[in-house]
Design a protein around this ligand. Structure first.
Ligand code: ADP
Ligand code: MG
Length: 343
């Protein structure tokens, strides 16, 4: 009994800057659980970024490569519940013995140790026995260990090995994840729809999957209706509140103009002064991301520019976002203001 869900593997865990340390460390443990250089390995990060996925991928890979090793996956809640019922029927020693005999222990969500003094005590002893016997321990936590409010002796042991964090993936990584999930589900989503979705879902891959499931559902209900921007917008409304609020091109233009200290008319003018051009390109980019406007309509509202100019502008901003930190920060700030309804 390992509680492992075979669908979580390293192969289907898309790598990005946000997760490469954690992914590589997890893989290193899985490839060689006897090498306890990183023991324990702790993977931490906010909800929905792949902690459980990686933890189970470790288990699945070990089960496949080392069939005679016993791997146990458990959530901290389950562990607590087992402990509580073992106390109820005087079988705590059996439980502890059983855990002490695993080769690899995978413990999910150790933040659930907080306020559980007895679980912390039992886990402390278990941890020491496993580690002394060079058994691999991998754990996940929703916060850095240093912020975990548990007994000091336990916290310091958790810091003996390697800690790797998962952070929010960049747009490209989100798109790669969505593309992989769409293709695994044999769903076709046009790239611009993917970008639109990933632009709005930033901090939680589980939500990205939720959007995908809803898209599939909607499109299925409508006799295989094509997944387009309109459908994506409808579905996203249930996931992100800012889609609900009507963001208009005017709000975007006003916000950007104010941010760059320009008259809003300048955005639609023929001026080629550098910072006006940049503000104009950024405005076009944001109008595309936040509204339903076609490229043609966007060209019109920025002084009758053609469709190719709009495409070029959007691409320029996208490139700048990757190469220029100031622009990236400016865009984040602008998005916040637009979402907050300023302008
Ligand atoms: P956590 O445990 O951190 O809350 P999960 O491991 O449950 O998050 O991940 C949420 C969902 O997102 C899972 O279905 C997982 O497969 C998926 N996911 C997260 N990160 C990735 C990634 N890099 N590649 C593919 N899927 C991912
Ligand atoms: Mg989890």
């Amino acid at each position: 009994e390992s509680n492992l869900d075979g669908k979580y593997t390293f192969d289907n865990f898309i790598e990005g800057d946000c997760n490469s340390l954690a992914r590589n460390a997890a893989k290193a443990v899985a490839d060689n659980p006897a090498n306890t250089a990183f023991n324990p390995l702790v993977i931490h990060g906010p909800v929905g970024l792949g902690k459980t996925h990686l933890l189970k991928a470790v288990g699945n890979r070990i089960a496949e490569k080392f069939p005679n090793k016993s791997v146990l996956y458990v959530t901290t809640d389950t562990f607590t519940n087992q402990l509580v019922s073992s106390i109820g029927n005087n079988s705590t020693n059996d439980l502890v013995n059983w855990y002490q005999n695993v080769d690899v222990l995978l413990v999910d969500d150790i933040q659930q140790l907080i306020n559980r003094k007895k679980t912390q005590d039992v886990f402390f002893n278990l941890f020491n026995v496993l580690r002394q016997n060079n058994k691999a321990i991998v754990m996940t936590c929703d916060r850095p260990i240093i912020e975990l409010d548990i007994e000091e002796r336990l916290r310091s042991r958790f810091q003996w090995g390697l800690t790797a964090d998962l952070s929010a993936p960049a747009l490209e990584t989100r798109m790669a994840i969505l593309a992989a999930k769409a293709s695994a589900n044999e769903v076709n989503i046009p790239p611009q729809v993917m970008e639109f979705i990933c632009y709005h879902i930033q901090n939680n891959i589980r939500q990205l999957e939720g959007v995908l499931n809803n898209l599939v559902l909607h499109s299925g209900v409508n006799q295989g209706k094509e997944i387009d921007l309109e459908l994506a917008r409808q579905v996203l409304k249930n996931f992100v509140t800012e889609i609900n609020r009507e963001v208009t091109p005017e709000v975007i233009q006003r916000t950007v103009a104010e941010y760059y200290n320009l008259d809003v008319e300048k955005l639609a003018s023929s001026t080629r002064r550098r910072h006006v051009v940049l503000a104009r390109q950024i405005s076009m980019f944001l109008v595309k991301q936040f509204t339903d406007q076609s490229l043609k309509a966007i060209g019109r509202m920025f002084g009758g520019r053609d469709h190719a100019t709009v495409i070029y502008s959007i691409r320029t901003v996208r490139d700048l976002m990757e190469t220029n930190d100031d622009i990236k920060k400016a865009l984040e700030e602008l998005e916040r203001k637009i979402r907050a309804g300023h302008g």
